[in-house]
Design a protein around this ligand. Structure first.
Ligand code: ADP
Ligand code: MG
Length: 609
């Protein structure tokens, strides 16, 4: 039995037993599905995308109030001109709620998602509270009393008035949503969303417009919450502000985190556990303590502490590990078709790729780069060396769009790049690796490398959710595998990136850069942490890439490696170029010898070339 079989079995069991379950259980299961829908959105937003929100309850409220208002308000009836028959009103309410949520979430997201660190979660609390009080104070939404008389949903003439009738629809919506989200995560767009978590710089360098993706995930999570609100309004048949307060917003986040915020099924697990435990505690505690009061909140809080202490990743990974012992792995289906990826015509050898024109960077009073001029041509390896703090990494940031020069200009394949984001550098043909490795540690090497090919594919979110992207996805993965094998890591393609040695992780970064088919490749200390034989293999790979016409700019401390490989060397000291030339010229330059032997903490230059 595979995991998919088990899932289908559970769904079938629930479906078959549904007519015979007690009323109370049916209601409970319906609520669990409603909560799971919101928590699944939070898994995408928080667990996968790395943005914490305490304010999801407010979007549930938008969905619930929108349909309640459309279905009951005379104003709404007048606005619709009486042309919509009553059974269709909830569906108008759904469209209205989703549209409203889309607009509100996009607006809020565009403003607040720029914030980083703890400012974003604080902001979500702020608008969670404001929306909650807004609903309580709007006269036409019934104030604190809310709106009663919300009609039942009617589907094909069948009225879904009871939880037993509506529950299957709620579960169907949840399962469809999980399927779509699962597909999304298993696609090019999903990889881009995952990349958000490991920071803006890396994702942008792979060509991902991070600001846009952040807003899109935020809107997606909000829409799922609104969908849950719509179903809730027609299950409960009345709406008031109480179930949308900030406590509930926090509880949704608990569900996602306790279940395992990195896993979609974790949302369902978390929603189930928290709903059941709260239910039990509410019954049990007053009996045990012989007094009534909100004891369950206290015990619940303590339980939460325990779970988060013991299972930092949530409960799902543990459950998956245990069940994994009894389940067969899901067989991977080969793709039926393979699409063609975008390919670029690489510049001819000797052509000018990258040009830094008197690039200066000041950090306050410190001049990290002082009028640095340098070029990189197709078909050469150009090394940038210099003692620690000389300004090499700063220069890398200037020529890859991570940071803007204070003065001077950077040109890439003839185009002025000043002020452009690094994804534009990537689009024009720049690939890079990082001094401090930036990989998604718990994703496979293959997925990490496929991210590098991000901008060579085009299928969007909807196509990914509906699995219409399979041919393109197969091509992206095939390209990733090709680059991994070329870099000598074929045996590790399916292992989590974090399980590799640090030196190998650097090579994974090279493969990731190559998947983007760059014309110019920037490598920040690629040989650090590699063993002797691995260094030789890396040097061979870089020579081969050079022969294919790539221009490679490399920062490296291993002088033997540099001297054997580089065609030209530029030496930086205190932010300024002190020498430039062939390895032989640089090695005999007195200023260079002075810089390296005169009290710096670097390796001396006296290495045989
Ligand atoms: P290298 O990579 O050659 O070791 P860096 O480019 O990292 O050197 O640093 C060059 C100088 O600029 C150092 O003195 C460093 O402290 C300073 N520096 C680098 N980044 C910043 C920053 N964001 N703010 C202030 N100073 C910085
Ligand atoms: Mg550095």
């Amino acid at each position: 039995m595979t995991r998919r079989h088990l899932t289908l079995l559970c769904i079938a069991a629930l479906a078959l037993s549904w007519p015979w379950l007690p009323e109370f259980t049916v209601t409970l299961f319906s609520y669990i599905a409603l909560y799971s829908l919101v928590a699944a959105g939070l898994v995408m937003l928080t667990g996968v995308g790395g943005m914490t929100s305490f304010g999801q309850a407010a979007f549930v409220a938008v969905g619930a109030y929108a349909t309640a208002w459309v279905c009951t308000s005379p104003t709404a009836a007048a606005a619709l001109g009486g042309v919509v028959p009553a059974p269709l009103l909830p569906w108008v309410g759904l469209l209205f709620g989703l549209l409203l949520t889309f607009l509100v979430a996009w607006g809020l997201g565009a403003i607040t998602l720029k914030l980083s660190g703890h400012y974003l979660p604080l902001c979500t609390i702020a608008w969670g509270l404001s929306l909650y009080f807004l609903f309580g104070n709007l006269e036409f939404l019934g104030g604190q009393t809310g709106i009663t008389g919300v009609p039942a949903l009617t589907v094909f003439g069948v009225s879904l008035a009871s939880p037993r009738a509506l529950g299957p629809l709620i579960w169907a919506v949840l399962l469809l949503a999980l399927w779509a989200l699962h597909n999304l995560l298993d696609s090019r767009e999903g990889r881009a969303v995952r990349a958000l978590k490991s920071g803006r710089v890396m994702a942008e360098s792979m060509g991902v417009d991070t600001a846009r993706y952040r807003v899109k995930v935020f809107v997606l999570a909000a829409l799922l919450a609104a969908l849950s609100g719509w179903l809730y309004a027609h299950l409960q048949r009345f709406v008031n502000p109480t179930p949308f307060n900030i406590n509930i917003g926090i509880e949704y986040l608990f569900m996602a985190v306790v279940g395992g915020s990195g896993h979609l099924w974790g949302a369902v697990l978390g929603a189930t556990l928290i709903t059941l435990v709260k239910e039990q505690l509410q019954d049990l505690l007053p009996k045990l303590l012989g007094a009534s009061g909100n004891f369950e909140v206290i015990v619940f809080g303590l339980l939460m502490l325990f779970v988060l202490q013991r299972f930092a990743e949530g409960l799902w990974p543990t459950l998956a590990r245990v069940s994994g012992r009894f389940l067969k792995p899901q067989p991977v289906k080969p793709a039926k078709a393979i699409a063609a990826l975008d390919a670029r015509t690489l510049p001819a050898a000797g052509e000018l790729l990258l040009e830094a024109d008197r690039v200066t960077k000041r950090f306050g009073g410190l001049v990290a780069n002082n009028a640095v001029a340098m070029t990189l041509k197709a078909g050469e390896v150009h090394a940038l060396i210099g003692p620690n703090g000389a300004g090499k990494s700063t220069f890398f940031n200037m020529i890859s769009g991570v940071d803007d020069p204070t003065e001077g200009e950077v040109r890439l394949l003839g185009a002025a790049m000043t002020g452009k984001p690094s994804r534009d550098f990537a689009a024009r043909g720049l690939g890079r690796t990082f001094q401090h490795v930036r990989l998604l540690g718990n994703r496979s090497v293959l997925e990490n490398v496929a991210l590098g090919a991000h901008r060579r594919g085009h299928r969007g979110w909807i196509a990914s959710m509906l699995r219409l992207d399979r041919a393109e996805e197969a091509a992206l993965l095939a390209e990733a595998r090709r680059q991994i094998e070329r870099c000598g890591l074929g045996a590790h393609a399916d292992a989590p990136a974090a399980s590799l040695a640090l030196g190998q992780q650097r090579v994974v970064e090279i493969a990731r850069a190559l998947a983007g088919q760059p014309a110019a490749l920037l490598l920040d200390e690629p040989a650090a942490g590699l063993r002797h034989l691995e260094k030789q293999a890396l040097a061979e790979l870089l020579s081969q890439l050079r022969a294919e016409g790539l221009g490679i700019l490399v920062v490296e401390h291993d002088m033997e490696f540099v001297m054997n490989l580089a065609d030209r060397i530029t030496v930086l000291e205190f932010g300024a170029v002190i020498a430039e030339g062939t390895p032989a010229q640089v090695q005999s330059n007195p200023r260079v010898l002075d810089a390296y032997l005169g009290g710096s903490d670097e390796e001396p230059m006296a290495v045989t070339a």
